[in-house]
Design a binder for this molecule. Structure first.
Ligand code: NAP
Length: 309
């Protein structure tokens, strides 16, 4: 039987892995579908303490994984099909295999929010994408106009990154000011290749009939006017939804699906802890996720000690 299973290998999961591994608990760490978490899809991380020049998101996550493995964490590529949290020990089904564990740290992160407009789903990977770092350099976007949707730090980061490849980046936002941090917003709006399109929402991605993105249909939310903006790519950066569907009806969560611990990182079922973006709808930073991962590891360690006291 496992002492600690950690779901997720983002900043929260891998920090929990470092701490529980150093406590000789030999954690089993499950990667899920995106090993390294969302940070692997970002470009340079400029605000993680200790890296004055910034660090590539993928490199940061690779280093965290190496650090966890050095102390005995076992990283397993796989996804959790089912959880039986009511059983003692807790039982998980991982890619069809049953695994029993005394404690579970849920650091399953968050996924990209979708626009839910006609054409978005049909044209995914045919011009609609959720990751500029992953897809921005594709030939279909080079020297072409592209659209980024959103007004937060992610949208600004994506828009700035895309200026390397696209002829023009239209930043479509539903209000007339950015939600992004001041430094990101100022840098974005000062970039001559980025043109904000304020007070506008995408109502359709065109053109499903041709099988590729040729533009977006826009609606001005103030005047109600509709227009078409030609582009070859749509980069959706409108926030995230927590990956907690598996725990619905079993673990406490808020209406948006973020896990709600009862004390510290401890959930409403003994032995279950949570950390990172799946339980944080406020800060959602790499460093806060890492801090939460550390807290969850310490809480799990103390819980295990209390069982043997
Ligand atoms: P976010 O801060 O939640 O921003 C989401 C943006 O999308 C908002 O501007 C929002 O508009 C807009 N939006 C939401 N739903 C929409 C919809 N259905 N249609 C159109 N627009 C919609 O998300 P984020 O930018 O992904 O950032 C998430 C967290 O990660 C934040 O805490 C951010 O600071 C952090 N982050 C940090 C960095 C960095 O520091 N380098 C980089 C990326 C992300 P409204 O503004 O009108 O609500």
């Amino acid at each position: 039987m496992e002492k600690v299973v950690i779901i997720g290998t983002g900043c929260a999961g891998l920090t929990a892995a470092i701490y529980t591994a150093r406590a000789n608990l030999s954690p089993l760490v499950l990667t899920g579908t995106l090993p390294g978490g969302l940070l692997t899809t970002t470009s340079t991380v400029e605000n993680f303490p200790g890296f004055p020049e910034g660090i590539d998101g993928f490199e940061l996550m690779t280093r965290l994984q190496k650090q966890a493995e050095r102390f005995g964490a076992r990283i397993q590529y796989g996804t959790v099909d089912a959880v039986h949290l009511g059983e003692k020990p807790i039982r998980l089904v991982i890619d069809g295999q049953s695994v029993a564990t005394e404690t579970l740290i849920i650091a399953s992160g968050a996924g990209h929010r979708h626009l839910d407009v006609p054409g978005e789903h049909e044209l995914e990977k045919k011009g609609v994408t959720y990751c500029a770092t992953c897809d921005g350099a594709l030939p279909m976007f080079r020297n072409q106009p592209v659209v980024v949707v959103g007004g937060g730090d992610s949208a600004c980061e994506e828009a700035t990154y895309l200026t390397r490849f696209a002829s023009k980046v239209f930043l479509v936002h539903r209000r007339d000011s950015l939600r992004a941090s001041r430094i990101m917003a100022e840098r974005t709006l000062a970039n001559p290749k980025i043109q904000p399109v304020w007070n506008s929402v995408v109502t359709e991605v065109l053109d499903v009939a041709t099988g590729k993105v040729t533009g977006v249909r826009l609606k001005d939310v103030v005047s109600g006017a509709e227009s078409v903006l030609p582009c070859t790519g749509v980069f959706v950066a409108i926030g995230h939804v927590p990956n907690t569907q598996l725990f619905q009806g079993v673990l406490d969560m808020n209406p948006a699906g973020y896990l709600r611990p009862v004390k510290g990182t401890a959930m409403n079922i003994p032995g279950v802890f949570t950390a990172g973006d799946c339980s944080d709808d406020v800060y959602r930073q790499a460093i806060t996720a890492a801090g939460m991962g550390c807290s969850a590891a310490i809480d799990a360690e103390r819980y295990l000690a209390s069982l043997n006291a």
